[in-house]
Design a protein around this ligand. Sequence first.
Ligand code: KG4
Ligand code: ZN
Length: 334
Amino acid sequence: MKDIYVLGIESSCDETAAAVVKNGRECLSNVIASQIEIHRRFGGVVPEIAGRNHLLAVMPVIDEALTKAGITKEQLSAVAVTYGAGLIGCLLVGVSAAKALSYAIEKPLIKVNHIEGHIAANFIAFPDLEPPFLSLVASGGHTSIVAVNGYTEYVPIGATTDDAIGEAFDKVARILGLPYPGGPEIDKRAKLGQATIRFCPNLRARSDLAYSFSGLKTAVVNYVHNLTQRGEEIPVNDICASFTAEAVGYLTDTFVIAAKERGVKKAVLAGGVAANSYLRAHLSEALKREGITLCVPPPVLCTDNAAMIAARGYYSFAEGKDVADLTLNAVSNL
Ligand code: KG4
Ligand code: ZN
Protein backbone atom coordinates (compact mmCIF):
# COMPACT_ATOMS: atom_id res chain seq x y z
CA MET A 1 0.00 0.00 0.00
CA LYS A 2 1.16 3.52 -0.79
CA ASP A 3 2.42 5.50 2.21
CA ILE A 4 0.30 8.50 3.20
CA TYR A 5 2.08 11.63 4.43
CA VAL A 6 -0.10 14.25 6.14
CA LEU A 7 1.16 17.69 7.11
CA GLY A 8 -0.63 18.97 10.23
CA ILE A 9 -0.91 22.67 11.08
CA GLU A 10 -1.99 23.97 14.50
CA SER A 11 -2.39 27.60 15.62
CA SER A 12 -5.47 27.66 17.87
CA CYS A 13 -3.85 29.30 20.91
CA ASP A 14 -0.24 30.26 21.66
CA GLU A 15 1.67 27.50 19.85
CA THR A 16 2.42 27.67 16.13
CA ALA A 17 3.01 24.07 15.14
CA ALA A 18 3.52 21.92 12.06
CA ALA A 19 4.25 18.21 11.78
CA VAL A 20 4.48 15.43 9.21
CA VAL A 21 2.90 12.10 10.16
CA LYS A 22 3.22 8.92 8.09
CA ASN A 23 0.19 6.63 7.83
CA GLY A 24 -1.49 8.32 10.81
CA ARG A 25 0.88 6.75 13.32
CA GLU A 26 4.50 7.62 12.68
CA CYS A 27 5.65 11.10 13.57
CA LEU A 28 8.39 12.19 11.12
CA SER A 29 8.62 15.73 12.51
CA ASN A 30 6.87 17.75 15.20
CA VAL A 31 7.86 21.41 15.22
CA ILE A 32 6.42 23.76 17.85
CA ALA A 33 7.12 27.50 18.12
CA SER A 34 5.82 28.42 21.55
CA GLN A 35 4.78 31.96 22.46
CA ILE A 36 4.80 31.25 26.21
CA GLU A 37 7.67 33.71 26.87
CA ILE A 38 5.85 36.45 24.93
CA HIS A 39 2.60 36.10 26.90
CA ARG A 40 4.16 35.42 30.32
CA ARG A 41 4.48 39.09 31.23
CA PHE A 42 0.74 39.54 30.63
CA GLY A 43 -0.11 36.54 32.83
CA GLY A 44 -2.05 34.86 30.01
CA VAL A 45 -2.51 34.72 26.25
CA VAL A 46 -3.29 38.07 24.58
CA PRO A 47 -5.24 37.05 21.45
CA GLU A 48 -4.16 39.96 19.23
CA ILE A 49 -0.46 39.46 20.03
CA ALA A 50 -0.82 35.69 19.56
CA GLY A 51 -2.35 36.13 16.09
CA ARG A 52 0.45 38.41 14.95
CA ASN A 53 3.12 36.03 16.19
CA HIS A 54 1.46 33.08 14.46
CA LEU A 55 1.72 35.07 11.26
CA LEU A 56 5.48 35.49 11.74
CA ALA A 57 6.04 31.84 12.67
CA VAL A 58 3.71 29.84 10.46
CA MET A 59 5.74 29.57 7.23
CA PRO A 60 9.15 28.94 8.90
CA VAL A 61 7.52 26.29 11.11
CA ILE A 62 5.96 24.52 8.10
CA ASP A 63 9.29 24.62 6.22
CA GLU A 64 11.11 23.20 9.23
CA ALA A 65 8.57 20.40 9.65
CA LEU A 66 9.00 19.36 6.00
CA THR A 67 12.82 19.59 6.18
CA LYS A 68 13.01 17.57 9.40
CA ALA A 69 10.72 14.93 7.94
CA GLY A 70 12.78 14.76 4.74
CA ILE A 71 9.61 15.25 2.70
CA THR A 72 8.94 17.75 -0.08
CA LYS A 73 5.62 19.61 -0.34
CA GLU A 74 4.84 17.62 -3.46
CA GLN A 75 5.22 14.30 -1.61
CA LEU A 76 2.45 15.23 0.85
CA SER A 77 -0.83 13.36 0.47
CA ALA A 78 -2.93 15.99 2.31
CA VAL A 79 -2.80 19.08 4.51
CA ALA A 80 -4.71 18.89 7.83
CA VAL A 81 -5.46 22.00 9.85
CA THR A 82 -7.14 22.91 13.13
CA TYR A 83 -10.19 25.02 12.20
CA GLY A 84 -11.69 25.21 15.73
CA ALA A 85 -12.06 25.55 18.61
CA GLY A 86 -9.69 28.33 19.61
CA LEU A 87 -8.91 32.02 19.32
CA ILE A 88 -10.35 33.23 16.03
CA GLY A 89 -7.43 35.45 14.96
CA CYS A 90 -5.03 32.61 15.74
CA LEU A 91 -7.02 29.88 13.99
CA LEU A 92 -7.32 32.02 10.86
CA VAL A 93 -3.54 32.09 10.40
CA GLY A 94 -3.26 28.29 10.32
CA VAL A 95 -6.37 27.90 8.18
CA SER A 96 -5.13 30.47 5.64
CA ALA A 97 -1.68 28.89 5.42
CA ALA A 98 -3.21 25.42 5.00
CA LYS A 99 -5.59 26.60 2.28
CA ALA A 100 -2.77 28.28 0.34
CA LEU A 101 -0.53 25.23 0.58
CA SER A 102 -3.22 22.72 -0.37
CA TYR A 103 -4.19 24.88 -3.37
CA ALA A 104 -0.58 25.26 -4.48
CA ILE A 105 0.27 21.55 -4.31
CA GLU A 106 -3.21 20.43 -5.43
CA LYS A 107 -3.68 18.08 -2.46
CA PRO A 108 -6.79 17.75 -0.25
CA LEU A 109 -7.35 20.11 2.66
CA ILE A 110 -8.68 18.31 5.76
CA LYS A 111 -10.38 20.23 8.58
CA VAL A 112 -9.67 18.99 12.09
CA ASN A 113 -11.44 19.66 15.39
CA HIS A 114 -8.77 20.57 17.95
CA ILE A 115 -10.24 18.38 20.70
CA GLU A 116 -10.38 15.33 18.44
CA GLY A 117 -6.77 16.14 17.56
CA HIS A 118 -5.77 15.98 21.23
CA ILE A 119 -7.35 12.53 21.49
CA ALA A 120 -5.64 11.37 18.26
CA ALA A 121 -2.22 12.11 19.83
CA ASN A 122 -2.72 8.68 21.36
CA PHE A 123 -2.60 7.02 17.92
CA ILE A 124 0.98 8.25 17.60
CA ALA A 125 2.01 7.39 21.14
CA PHE A 126 0.36 3.95 21.03
CA PRO A 127 0.70 2.43 17.54
CA ASP A 128 -1.55 -0.54 18.40
CA LEU A 129 -4.41 1.52 19.86
CA GLU A 130 -7.73 1.00 18.08
CA PRO A 131 -11.23 2.31 18.79
CA PRO A 132 -13.55 1.89 20.60
CA PHE A 133 -12.25 3.59 23.74
CA LEU A 134 -13.21 6.35 26.14
CA SER A 135 -11.16 9.54 26.45
CA LEU A 136 -10.73 12.21 29.06
CA VAL A 137 -9.84 15.52 27.43
CA ALA A 138 -8.36 17.93 29.97
CA SER A 139 -6.98 21.10 28.43
CA GLY A 140 -6.82 24.84 28.88
CA GLY A 141 -10.02 25.37 26.93
CA HIS A 142 -11.94 22.10 27.38
CA THR A 143 -12.76 19.37 29.84
CA SER A 144 -14.82 16.55 28.45
CA ILE A 145 -15.40 12.84 28.28
CA VAL A 146 -15.54 11.63 24.69
CA ALA A 147 -16.48 8.15 23.44
CA VAL A 148 -14.35 7.30 20.41
CA ASN A 149 -16.45 4.71 18.60
CA GLY A 150 -14.44 4.68 15.38
CA TYR A 151 -11.43 6.45 13.86
CA THR A 152 -13.66 9.36 12.78
CA GLU A 153 -16.52 8.91 15.28
CA TYR A 154 -16.13 11.08 18.37
CA VAL A 155 -19.17 11.38 20.66
CA PRO A 156 -19.02 13.79 23.64
CA ILE A 157 -20.80 12.26 26.66
CA GLY A 158 -19.92 14.78 29.38
CA ALA A 159 -18.30 18.20 29.63
CA THR A 160 -17.65 21.08 31.97
CA THR A 161 -20.54 23.46 32.46
CA ASP A 162 -18.22 26.38 33.27
CA ASP A 163 -14.40 26.60 33.47
CA ALA A 164 -12.02 24.14 31.87
CA ILE A 165 -9.65 22.36 34.24
CA GLY A 166 -6.59 24.06 32.68
CA GLU A 167 -8.22 27.45 33.19
CA ALA A 168 -8.64 26.59 36.88
CA PHE A 169 -4.96 25.57 37.12
CA ASP A 170 -3.87 28.80 35.45
CA LYS A 171 -6.11 30.98 37.63
CA VAL A 172 -4.97 29.32 40.87
CA ALA A 173 -1.34 29.75 39.80
CA ARG A 174 -1.95 33.41 39.05
CA ILE A 175 -3.46 34.13 42.47
CA LEU A 176 -0.43 32.40 44.02
CA GLY A 177 1.92 34.63 42.00
CA LEU A 178 3.26 31.74 39.90
CA PRO A 179 4.17 32.41 36.24
CA TYR A 180 2.01 31.57 33.21
CA PRO A 181 1.19 28.86 32.24
CA GLY A 182 0.26 27.84 35.74
CA GLY A 183 -0.31 24.11 35.23
CA PRO A 184 3.34 23.03 35.06
CA GLU A 185 4.25 25.32 37.99
CA ILE A 186 1.50 23.89 40.19
CA ASP A 187 2.64 20.40 39.18
CA LYS A 188 6.17 21.16 40.46
CA ARG A 189 5.03 22.90 43.66
CA ALA A 190 2.49 20.19 44.52
CA LYS A 191 5.33 17.69 44.85
CA LEU A 192 6.84 19.86 47.61
CA GLY A 193 3.61 20.29 49.61
CA GLN A 194 1.02 18.32 51.56
CA ALA A 195 -2.62 18.00 50.48
CA THR A 196 -3.97 19.09 53.86
CA ILE A 197 -6.57 21.70 52.78
CA ARG A 198 -10.06 20.79 51.57
CA PHE A 199 -11.41 23.66 49.48
CA CYS A 200 -14.73 22.21 48.28
CA PRO A 201 -15.95 19.41 50.56
CA ASN A 202 -19.11 19.03 48.47
CA LEU A 203 -17.37 18.57 45.13
CA ARG A 204 -18.59 15.14 43.98
CA ALA A 205 -18.82 13.27 40.68
CA ARG A 206 -22.24 13.69 39.07
CA SER A 207 -24.21 10.93 37.43
CA ASP A 208 -24.86 13.15 34.36
CA LEU A 209 -21.06 13.18 33.86
CA ALA A 210 -20.93 16.99 33.83
CA TYR A 211 -17.99 18.80 35.43
CA SER A 212 -17.85 22.19 37.14
CA PHE A 213 -14.55 23.75 38.18
CA SER A 214 -15.54 27.35 38.92
CA GLY A 215 -16.54 26.60 42.55
CA LEU A 216 -13.20 24.96 43.31
CA LYS A 217 -11.30 27.77 41.59
CA THR A 218 -13.23 30.44 43.54
CA ALA A 219 -12.74 28.58 46.83
CA VAL A 220 -8.96 28.63 46.34
CA VAL A 221 -9.04 32.32 45.37
CA ASN A 222 -11.10 33.17 48.49
CA TYR A 223 -8.80 31.10 50.70
CA VAL A 224 -5.75 33.02 49.46
CA HIS A 225 -7.52 36.39 49.79
CA ASN A 226 -8.52 35.63 53.40
CA LEU A 227 -4.95 34.74 54.39
CA THR A 228 -3.64 37.85 52.63
CA GLN A 229 -6.15 40.09 54.44
CA ARG A 230 -5.14 38.61 57.77
CA GLY A 231 -1.49 39.16 56.88
CA GLU A 232 -0.74 35.46 57.18
CA GLU A 233 1.80 33.52 55.14
CA ILE A 234 0.44 31.74 52.05
CA PRO A 235 1.34 28.02 52.11
CA VAL A 236 1.88 27.94 48.32
CA ASN A 237 3.10 24.35 48.06
CA ASP A 238 0.31 22.97 50.27
CA ILE A 239 -2.30 24.91 48.27
CA CYS A 240 -0.87 23.48 45.04
CA ALA A 241 -0.90 19.94 46.46
CA SER A 242 -4.42 20.32 47.90
CA PHE A 243 -5.92 21.92 44.78
CA THR A 244 -4.31 19.27 42.56
CA ALA A 245 -5.56 16.41 44.74
CA GLU A 246 -9.10 17.78 44.80
CA ALA A 247 -9.25 18.58 41.07
CA VAL A 248 -7.68 15.29 40.02
CA GLY A 249 -9.83 13.25 42.41
CA TYR A 250 -12.95 14.86 40.97
CA LEU A 251 -11.82 14.44 37.33
CA THR A 252 -11.00 10.80 38.04
CA ASP A 253 -14.19 9.88 39.94
CA THR A 254 -16.45 11.16 37.15
CA PHE A 255 -14.41 9.46 34.46
CA VAL A 256 -14.43 6.14 36.33
CA ILE A 257 -18.24 6.31 36.57
CA ALA A 258 -18.43 6.91 32.81
CA ALA A 259 -16.02 4.08 32.03
CA LYS A 260 -17.84 1.59 34.26
CA GLU A 261 -21.26 2.58 32.92
CA ARG A 262 -20.09 1.96 29.38
CA GLY A 263 -18.19 -1.20 30.23
CA VAL A 264 -15.06 0.00 28.41
CA LYS A 265 -11.75 -1.82 28.70
CA LYS A 266 -9.56 0.90 27.16
CA ALA A 267 -9.24 4.60 27.95
CA VAL A 268 -6.97 7.46 26.90
CA LEU A 269 -5.92 10.74 28.43
CA ALA A 270 -5.54 13.87 26.27
CA GLY A 271 -4.99 17.64 26.41
CA GLY A 272 -2.45 19.90 28.12
CA VAL A 273 -3.52 18.99 31.66
CA ALA A 274 -2.83 15.34 30.78
CA ALA A 275 0.81 16.38 31.26
CA ASN A 276 0.06 16.65 35.00
CA SER A 277 2.06 14.01 36.83
CA TYR A 278 -0.53 13.47 39.56
CA LEU A 279 -3.43 13.09 37.10
CA ARG A 280 -1.45 10.60 35.00
CA ALA A 281 -0.64 8.41 38.01
CA HIS A 282 -3.96 8.74 39.86
CA LEU A 283 -6.23 8.09 36.88
CA SER A 284 -4.10 5.12 35.73
CA GLU A 285 -4.33 3.55 39.20
CA ALA A 286 -8.07 4.15 39.57
CA LEU A 287 -8.83 2.63 36.16
CA LYS A 288 -6.47 -0.29 36.74
CA ARG A 289 -8.51 -1.22 39.82
CA GLU A 290 -11.52 -1.52 37.48
CA GLY A 291 -9.58 -3.60 34.97
CA ILE A 292 -9.33 -0.72 32.47
CA THR A 293 -6.05 0.15 30.71
CA LEU A 294 -5.21 3.84 30.37
CA CYS A 295 -3.04 5.21 27.56
CA VAL A 296 -1.15 8.34 28.58
CA PRO A 297 0.84 10.09 25.83
CA PRO A 298 4.23 11.71 26.59
CA PRO A 299 3.81 15.35 27.73
CA VAL A 300 4.96 16.81 24.38
CA LEU A 301 1.98 15.10 22.69
CA CYS A 302 -0.42 16.26 25.45
CA THR A 303 0.08 20.02 25.07
CA ASP A 304 -0.75 21.68 21.74
CA ASN A 305 1.14 20.22 18.79
CA ALA A 306 0.49 19.53 15.11
CA ALA A 307 1.37 15.82 15.05
CA MET A 308 -1.98 15.15 16.73
CA ILE A 309 -3.73 17.23 14.04
CA ALA A 310 -1.97 15.28 11.27
CA ALA A 311 -2.89 11.97 12.94
CA ARG A 312 -6.56 12.94 13.25
CA GLY A 313 -6.50 14.33 9.68
CA TYR A 314 -5.08 11.06 8.35
CA TYR A 315 -8.16 9.09 9.43
CA SER A 316 -10.54 11.59 7.84
CA PHE A 317 -8.44 11.49 4.66
CA ALA A 318 -8.48 7.67 4.67
CA GLU A 319 -12.29 7.66 4.97
CA GLY A 320 -12.81 10.57 2.55
CA LYS A 321 -14.35 12.73 5.28
CA ASP A 322 -13.87 16.35 6.46
CA VAL A 323 -12.45 17.42 3.10
CA ALA A 324 -12.65 21.22 2.92
CA ASP A 325 -12.31 23.70 0.09
CA LEU A 326 -11.08 27.26 -0.09
CA THR A 327 -14.27 28.52 1.61
CA LEU A 328 -13.16 26.86 4.89
CA ASN A 329 -13.48 29.26 7.79
CA ALA A 330 -12.21 29.12 11.36
CA VAL A 331 -14.83 28.44 14.03
CA SER A 332 -13.81 29.69 17.45
CA ASN A 333 -16.48 27.86 19.51
CA LEU A 334 -16.62 24.58 17.59
O1 KG4 B 1 -4.10 21.50 25.44
P1 KG4 B 1 -3.36 22.75 25.77
O2 KG4 B 1 -1.90 22.82 25.40
O3 KG4 B 1 -4.07 23.98 25.14
C1 KG4 B 1 -5.47 24.03 24.99
O4 KG4 B 1 -5.98 23.41 24.04
O5 KG4 B 1 -6.09 24.66 25.86
O6 KG4 B 1 -3.55 22.96 27.34
C2 KG4 B 1 -2.95 24.03 28.01
C3 KG4 B 1 -3.27 23.89 29.49
C4 KG4 B 1 -2.88 25.09 30.32
O7 KG4 B 1 -3.96 25.45 31.13
C5 KG4 B 1 -1.71 24.58 31.15
O8 KG4 B 1 -1.59 25.22 32.40
C6 KG4 B 1 -2.09 23.12 31.30
O9 KG4 B 1 -2.57 22.75 30.03
N1 KG4 B 1 -0.94 22.27 31.67
C7 KG4 B 1 -0.86 21.60 32.84
C8 KG4 B 1 0.40 20.95 32.85
N2 KG4 B 1 1.02 21.23 31.67
C9 KG4 B 1 0.19 22.03 30.96
N3 KG4 B 1 -1.74 21.53 33.86
C10 KG4 B 1 -1.38 20.79 34.93
N4 KG4 B 1 -0.18 20.15 35.02
C11 KG4 B 1 0.72 20.19 34.02
N5 KG4 B 1 1.88 19.56 34.11
ZN1 ZN C 1 -5.18 22.18 23.02
